[in-house]
Structures are given as structure tokens and as C-alpha cells.
Ligand binder design. Structure first.
Ligand SMILES: Nc1ncnc2c1ncn2[C@@H]1O[C@H](COP(=O)(O)OP(=O)(O)O)[C@@H](O)[C@H]1O
Ligand SMILES: [Mg+2]
Length: 586
């Protein structure tokens, strides 16, 4: 997955999410305009008028004085309320965008093919969907505080300067103010570009921290057993340190804008003093001028900050877009062949497949598997058995050749239709942090209690479940850590038995069971068979006698096939494998 490079304008694409919250956007904008104008224009104006009255030559009566005293309160009230409403509604809009972004990433992850996750570590996806969207979220809140208000304050201040220039019939101040603008804009732009790059790097380092943590937690036992604690702490420290380095670079560029603007604006204020003295400006005019300059420069400073925040957000959006733009390789056909319940006749025709270029894992596989029969796949590890069954689930598409079920190419049916017809138990099944009951019904939501118990009995899980504290209502903890490997496998088997699909695939699904319960489960599977197609990957030869056909895999090919008896009778690879295991077991 490569990071994209997008322009600031493409951020506006995401504004499409705001269609549903048009009212919020409108309130936020109107309130922002009011707040901005009340600062940049309102404050200098009341300052000028109230001081000209207060410090003028005429006597001020009580009513006017009260009015004057109330005026700043009124302006501040308007400024405060409009500022609050504008920020609140902008934050609401920003939050809405982030929520939609998170959903887009998650939905995209559901659509991505299994192969994508081989190359992309989960930490990278977690960092991108949580961390990057959090960055965007907090930036959006900050940006929203200022995005309308500050340009308005700037315009208000410029408006007031124009007014002052007209009144004093002198353009010097305005010209001075305007000529200073490029002095700000150029460095702010340059800093923004740096910031974006550094921020992208910083986010990458966050992913590395998550990765180290994830890695360590997944290997708790290995770390203890091999005494790797120190080494792990060392590599975690390096990741944290690298993050701190990147973080400080980002902070440096973020913090540099404000002092830069302040220094340049001090020059402006200095000129204004010089000018006021030269032209003999009245105090109230000078004070309102200083206020207008203050609000003008302050607006520029904050706009510089917004520019920084926009750049860091773009770096985050780049990382999110990389996921969103990832091509979806295993897609549904435009007009899928409608398949209801499949019979389950599977055919591989000249199937060639490789994960990486030039390394074929399946080499011209040709095999027909008929419904109502049970098959066992045997062979050394790495021979291609799991890959073979993964192709039936269409986790991958063949590079050459085709795979058909009931004479329909898998690529011609909808993935959901295909997979609804298959019950699959991987070697290391995933359990959810929920009750045993819900773990079993994961494969068939809404199943009745009787169905669940029947499926558990077939999977030899019922007895151990009843022995647990709350039976079927026992919560089994994060990924079933408090269960034994065999218990976990039995729950996964029950889940599949409950589904009652015409094709059943067990990829070393009973490897953690003792041979007695393994035998019993295979008999249960066989009884279940009738008209199903059953494929089992196993290293136990003790169950081969109950399957109809054994397929022997070697280096990506099916080199032998036949019944257990026939294969044993000849001078076969199967017999060699069998004899080797007899030696090991005796
Ligand atoms: N996700 C993957 N990415 C790259 N290579 C893989 C992947 N999964 C398996 N392989 C390779 O494909 C070959 C066959 O693997 P597999 O089908 O899992 O074998 P088996 O199940 O027979 O032990 C092995 O050489 C393995 O290294
Ligand atoms: Mg395997």
C-alpha cells in the first residue's frame, strides 16, 4: 500500500458528507461571519466612537454614558454567542465527516481480498483508521473555530482601515498593511509543505508503535519462554523514540508560524506609531487603528495556523486514501449467475496459482470432486493444501485455469452466494469475546437453542460446555484465550455444523484434538455427509479409512489419488508418508 499525494483542494471532496447536515453548516457559517466582523470591524469602531465622545470636549449625559458602557458588553455578547455557535456547529460537521471516513475505511476493509492482508499489517490499518481519523477530527475542530471567523476578521479590519483612510484622506496605512501581506504568506506556505511531509512520517511512526505493541501482545508466551523481554523493550523504545523525533519536527514547524507573524506585525505597529506622530493623529483614531491592525495581524496568525492544520490533515487523508484507493481484486461479476443452494460438485481445471510472481504454489491442478463424497487432503506442509481449499472459497482467483462448482465458474457467481454454500473451519479458528452460544450462532444468526445444542453434540462440544460455569452463557474472553486449543476447535466445528452447508471444508480443524474424539468427530461428519461434499485436510492417517478418496499433494501438485486401501497397496508416496507416521507413533 503506497501513500497517495493529494492536493488541498481534494479535501473538499469530503464535504459531500455534509449534505445531510446542511442546516448545521449554514448556522456555523452565518455565526462565523458575525463573530469575525464583530471582532475586526465592530471593536475598532466602538473604540473610536466611544473614546471620541468620552474624551471629547462636550459634556456627556447619563443616558449616553450608560449606552456607551453597554456597547462593549453588547458587542462582546454577540461575539461570544456567535463564536460559540459557529465552533459548535463546525465541530459537529467535522465530526460527521470523520464518522463517515471511519465507516468508509471499515467498509472498504470488508471488501478487500484476503491477499491484501498478507502484505498489510493490521497495525498499519489500525493506525490509519483510528489515528489518522483522530488527527483529522481534532484538526477539523481547531480549523472550524477559525475558518470563517478569521478571514472575516481580516476583511473587517481591512474594511475599517479603508474607512479610516477615506476619513483621513490618506492611503499610507492601508498600503502598508497590504504590502506586508506577502511577507506572511510566503513563509507560511513553505512551512506548510514541510509540515505535511513530516506529519506523514510521524503518522507512519505511530503505526510502528502499534505494530510493536501488537506483535509483543500476540507473542506473550514466546517472549517469556525465550527470555526476549529486554530485546522487546529495546525495540519498543526505538519505535517510541523515532516517534518523538518525528513529533518534535512537526511541532517545530507548527510553532514557528505564530512568532514569525508577531515579529512582522510588530514592524507594522512601529510604522503605525511613527505615522501617527508624523500626521498628528488623535488618540481615539490611533487606538482604533492599533486595534484594527491587531485584529488584522491576529487573523493572519491564526490563518497560518489553519494552514498548518490543513497540511497535517492532508497527510492523514493521504494515508486513508491509500486504503480507499486499494484495488479490489476479488470482485463480484456485473451479472452474477444466480445460484441458490449448490449441489457441491467441484472441478479444478488446469488451475495454476502463485502468491508471489514466479513461484507457483498450485501447478496445473485438475480434479473433480463429487457431492456425497468425503475427501482427505494429505501431504507435507507447504505442499499447497490450504491454498487449494482457499481457492474454493474464492479467497484468491487462479492465475490460469478455472474452478467450477456445479459447472459454474466461481468468478461468475456472487461471492456471498458462493460462501453461503460453504462451511469452513480454519486451523486456528477465530472466536469472539462473547458467550459460547453467540460464538456458535455466529455462522447462523437467529438459530434456536435446540439447533445449537444439536450442533454442539455433533462437534463433541456439548459436554465440556455444560461443565463450564454458566454453560452456553459463559463468556469466553478475548479470542477464547481461556479455552484449550481442542475446545476452541470444537466450538468452531459446532459453528459450521449449525450452518448445514452443502460443502464442508476442514483445514486441520481437529489437529488439537486427541485421536479418540477426532475419530468420533469424523464419524459424525461422515454421517452428516449424505449429499454433501466434504474436504478434510489432516495429518492423521487413522481417519483416512473412513473417507472415500485421498488426494496426495506434493509441491503444488496432486500426485496420487484413490482410496486409503488402494493407495497403501501400491508403491506410493502415500505409503511412504503413512509408514513414516507409523514409525513416529510407535
Ligand atoms: N499468504 C501467503 N503468501 C505467500 N505465500 C504463501 C502464503 N500462504 C502460503 N504460502 C506459500 O504457499 C505454499 C503452500 O502453502 P499452504 O497452501 O499453506 O501449504 P499446506 O497447507 O499444504 O501446508 C507454501 O510454500 C507457503 O510458503
Ligand atoms: Mg495448511
Amino acid at each position: 500500500m503506497r501513500d497517495c499525494r493529494m492536493s488541498a483542494w481534494s479535501l473538499f471532496d469530503y464535504f459531500k458528507f455534509l449534505k445531510k447536515t446542511k442546516k448545521d453548516v449554514a448556522i456555523a457559517i452565518v455565526m462565523g461571519v458575525i463573530r469575525g466582523l464583530s471582532s475586526g470591524f465592530g471593536i475598532p469602531v466602538i473604540l473610536k466612537y466611544s473614546s471620541s465622545i468620552l474624551f471629547g470636549d462636550q459634556v456627556v449625559d447619563g443616558v449616553v454614558l450608560t449606552m456607551l458602557a453597554l456597547l462593549p458588553m453588547f458587542v462582546m455578547f454577540v461575539r461570544g454567542v456567535s463564536g460559540f455557535l459557529s465552533s459548535y456547529y463546525f465541530s459537529a460537521c467535522g465530526q460527521h465527516i470523520v464518522e463517515e471516513l471511519r465507516m468508509m475505511i471499515f467498509q472498504k476493509i470488508q471488501r478487500l481480498h484476503v491477499g491484501f492482508f498478507n502484505d498489510c499489517p493490521p497495525s498499519e490499518l489500525i493506525s490509519r483508521s483510528i489515528n489518522a481519523s483522530t488527527i483529522i477530527q481534532s484538526n477539523l475542530v481547531d480549523i472550524s473555530l477559525d475558518i470563517i471567523t478569521q478571514p472575516m476578521a481580516l476583511l473587517g479590519a481591512i474594511g475599517y482601515l479603508i474607512y479610516l483612510c477615506v476619513e483621513e484622506s490618506d492611503l499610507v496605512i492601508l498600503l502598508l498593511f497590504l504590502t506586508a501581506l506577502p511577507l506572511f504568506i510566503f513563509p507560511i506556505r513553505k512551512i506548510g509543505q514541510r509540515l505535511r511531509r513530516k506529519s506523514g512520517q510521524m503518522q507512519g511512526r505511530t503505526a510502528e508503535i502499534i505494530n510493536r505493541l501488537n506483535h509483543n501482545l500476540a507473542a506473550i508466551k514466546e517472549v517469556r519462554a525465550f527470555g526476549l523481554e529486554k530485546q522487546e523493550v529495546g525495540s519498543y523504545r526505538r519505535a517510541c523514540h523515532a516517534f518523538s523525533d518525528a513529533f518534535l519536527k512537526v511541532i517545530k514547524y507548527q510553532l514557528i508560524v505564530a512568532p514569525l507573524v508577531e515579529i512582522v506585525s510588530a514592524v507594522g505597529v512601529g510604522f503605525a506609531m511613527f505615522y501617527a506622530y508624523e500626521r498628528g493623529l488623535k488618540l481615539e483614531v490611533f487606538m482604533s487603528l492599533a486595534m484594527a491592525l491587531y485584529f488584522g495581524y491576529d487573523a493572519i496568525k491564526r490563518l497560518g495556523d489553519i494552514s498548518n492544520k490543513i497540511q497535517t490533515s492532508i497527510a492523514a487523508v493521504d494515508r486513508i486514501e491509500a486504503i480507499l484507493n486499494e484495488p479490489e481484486k476479488i470482485v463480484d461479476p456485473r451479472n452474477p449467475v444466480c445460484v441458490g443452494k449448490l449441489r457441491g460438485d467441484i472441478a479444478f481445471r488446469d488451475v495454476v496459482f502463485s502468491y508471489a510472481k514466479n513461484r507457483e504454489v498450485l501447478k496445473k491442478i485438475n480434479i473433480e470432486m463429487a457431492h456425497g463424497r468425503t475427501y482427505a487432503l494429505v501431504g507435507a506442509s507447504g505442499a499447497g493444501k490450504s491454498t487449494f481449499v482457499n481457492m474454493i472459497l474464492r479467497f484468491y482467483d487462479p492465475d490460469q485455469g478455472s474452478i467450477c462448482i456445479d459447472d459454474v465458474d466461481l468468478r461468475e457467481m456472487a461471492k456471498a452466494d458462493l460462501r453461503r454454500n460453504i462451511g469452513y473451519v480454519p486451523q486456528d479458528p477465530a472466536l469472539i469475546n462473547d458467550t459460547i452460544f453467540n460464538n456458535i450462532t455466529w455462522g447462523k444468526p437467529g438459530a434456536s437453542e435446540a439447533e445449537v445444542i444439536e450442533a454442539s453434540q455433533k462437534a463433541y462440544a456439548h459436554d465440556f460446555i455444560l461443565q463450564m460455569e454458566s454453560g452456553y452463557d459463559t463468556i469466553i474472553g478475548e479470542s477464547g484465550n481461556c479455552l484449550s486449543g481442542g475446545q476452541r476447535q470444537r466450538l468452531a466445528l459446532a459453528r459450521v455444523f449449525l450452518r448445514d452447508s452443502p460443502i464442508l471444508i476442514f483445514d486441520e480443524a481437529t489437529s488439537a484434538l486427541d485421536s479418540e474424539s477426532q475419530q468420533a468427530i469424523y464419524r459424525a461428519i461422515k454421517n452428516l455427509a449424505n449429499d454433501k461434499t466434504i474436504i478434510m485436510i489432516s495429518h492423521r492417517f487413522s481417519m483416512m479409512s473412513i473417507v472415500d478418496e485421498v488426494l496426495v499433494f506434493s509441491h503444488g501438485r496432486i500426485v496420487e489419488s484413490g482410496s486409503h486401501g488402494n493407495l497403501l497397496a501400491g508403491d506410493t508416496l502415500y505409503r511412504k508418508l503413512y509408514e513414516k507416521q507409523q514409525v513416529i507413533e510407535t
